[in-house]
Design a binder for this molecule. Structure first.
Ligand code: GLC
Length: 457
């Protein structure tokens, strides 16, 4: 009997490791190289677009209002974004200073914005008829932007997707769940994910990023790696597109090669995120207002300065910003999004040198009051972002002996070094370790002025 139990145990361990796919192993250097374009880019556009643009009250409307498929059905025959012009979108992204974009190919509602042979619930069967994703990829590529696909692991439309705690028809007892899920076969849905991701990574040329969203393991009626068959899915993704960059929501956080970057959502990190004591690649995803999908009556729009600080602060901690637009059901961007994109672009036009290819400043440059620092290791230049414009003198504590030359970034005008003031009762202790910069009294006509420092070698 004992022997049998041991044998059964070994067999179970072996067979489960046999079904678990081997994810490609890669050296840290190779990974850094593969991701270099992305870490250099720093700024991208997220686009949440689907049927939910029609109700215009959050992309989770189906869940929030607990709508059944029948009730939600009314939007499908109405989908016809007559003003959709992906070239216009791509130009707006580019002019804002963004270098890549990620679009929802399918969100939790289950509707596909691409032509899929695995479901009729896709855009080609709406009055619009054309494949949105195809046009989008072509236009964004043409503008030289990196392209990424968001694909929802959740699916509130597929008949075999089991009802869970996030589902519009979530239940209140285990018995009710059992009842609702009778006859559903998640393995069909697992295959459906693979088939569709396969279509997405086969039919649209090279894809730079994939955003698989999301897992909620643990607790009752959650879903995680076994529900999606995450390892085999990811293995397929990497086989089809070896250079693709993958987010971290497959519930494979502890697997080597299970993710490329982490995704703090709607909050600012207090410092560069780490795992096992090592700094990791990260991208914060954020909205202009309080929703990802177009939400007509949502009014909490961030202003340009908040958004610029968000971008600069992300770079100052070694990360990227993916900023979301939720287009309307006509296919246009909300006027407030256009406004923010334009004003960010105005700043980026003159100041992008402090963003692209930049990262956290080295430790021997102490953080300064009211300033954010970024650093370009390739050019050895340091950038000081003045969040609150100082009065004439800026003392850079701990910078003594390290700075060769200083100028404003937006107009390359010299900023002279100053000396400690005399004849004052109180004198700031300005030992050799500090540098004083003499600034014009009037703040330059730039939302957040940037000082570029050429450093001593
Ligand atoms: C969450 C939400 C979703 C949004 C995503 C963006 O996972 O479910 O609506 O698409 O965050 O990161």
């Amino acid at each position: 009997m004992r022997k049998f139990i041991l044998f059964a145990f070994i067999f179970t361990v072996m067979s489960s490791s046999l079904i678990r796919a081997q994810l490609p192993v890669e050296s840290p250097e190779h990974k850094a190289e593969r991701m270099k374009w992305w870490t250099d880019a720093r700024f991208g556009m997220f686009i949440h677009w689907g049927l939910y643009a029609l109700p215009a009250r959050h992309e989770w409307v189906k869940r929030y209002e607990r709508k059944t498929n029948e009730e939600y059905e009314k939007y499908f025959p109405l989908f016809n974004p007559d003003m959709f012009d992906p070239h216009e979108w791509a130009k707006m992204a580019k002019e804002a200073g963004m270098k890549y974009a990620v679009i929802t190919t399918k969100h939790h509602e289950g509707f596909c914005m691409f032509d899929s042979k695995y479901t009729d619930y896709n855009v080609t069967n709406t009055p619009y008829e054309k494949d949105i994703i195809k046009q989008w990829v072509e236009a964004f590529r043409e503008e030289g932007l990196g392209v990424g696909f968001y694909y929802s692991l959740l699916d509130w439309h597929h008949p075999d997707y089991t009802i869970d705690r996030n589902h519009p028809q979530s239940a209140s007892s285990d018995e009710e769940y059992d009842e609702l899920n009778k006859g559903k076969d998640m393995s069909n849905y697992r295959q459906y994910i693979k088939d569709q991701v396969n279509e997405l990574l086969t039919n649209y040329g090279k894809i730079d990023i994939i955003w698989l969203d999301y897992s909620f393991p643990g607790g009752k009626h959650g879903k995680g790696r076994d529900d999606w068959d995450s390892e085999n899915l990811l293995k397929m993704v990497r086989d089809l597109q070896p250079n693709i960059i993958v987010n971290d929501r497959l519930d494979l956080l502890d697997e080597e090669g299970g993710w490329d970057f982490t995704t703090p959502e709607q909050y600012k990190v207090s410092k560069w995120p780490e795992k096992d004591g090592k700094k990791i690649s990260w991208e914060t995803c954020q909205t202009f207002s309080g929703s990802w999908g177009y939400y007509r009556d949502e009014m909490t729009w961030k202003d340009t300065k908040q958004l610029l600080v968000l971008l600069i602060e992300s770079v100052s901690k070694g990360g990227n910003l993916l900023l979301n637009v939720g287009p309307t059901a006509r296919g246009t961007f909300d006027y407030r999004a256009v406004d923010r994109l334009e004003s960010m672009g105005k700043w980026m036009k003159y100041n992008n040198r402090s963003i692209y290819s930049c990262t956290e400043a080295p430790d021997d440059f102490p953080r300064q009051d009211n300033c954010l620092l970024t650093y370009n290791p390739e050019t050895n230049r340091l950038y000081i972002h003045l969040l609150d414009y100082p009065i004439k003198r800026l003392t850079l504590k701990g910078f003594g002996g390290k700075v060769k030359y200083a100028q404003f970034l937006h107009d390359a005008s010299e900023i002279k070094f100053g000396k400690p003031r005399h004849n004052v009762t109180y004198q700031e202790k300005l030992a050799d370790q500090d540098v004083i910069l003499i600034l014009p009294v009037v703040k330059p006509n730039v939302e957040i002025p940037v000082i570029e420092l050429y450093l001593n070698d």
